[in-house]
Design a protein around this ligand. Structure first.
Ligand code: SF4
Length: 68
């Protein structure tokens, strides 16, 4: 599945990086928006959500989307 962080919506609150440090970090060069650690981008292909589900649940503006 593909996980997408909507960079237009993200407010850089950092909650996703707190609950899912393995996958998310804030990008100091891009308005402090969240991106994926693995590729520094806003899209990631994964097999299992793991803590990404917690990040989806905690994001205050639903900026993290799953596409099957
Ligand atoms: S929790 Fe949502 S709004 Fe906050 S940094 Fe992560 S993606 Fe952006």
């Amino acid at each position: 599945m593909k996980i997408i962080i909507d960079q237009e919506e993200c407010i850089g609150c950092g909650s996703c990086a707190v609950v899912c440090d393995k996958y998310f970090e804030l990008d100091g060069d891009n308005d402090n928006n969240a991106h994926f650690k693995a590729n520094k981008g806003n899209e990631l292909e994964i097999d299992n959500l793991e803590c990404i589900q917690e990040a989806i649940d905690i994001c205050p503006i639903q900026a993290i989307e799953v596409k099957e």
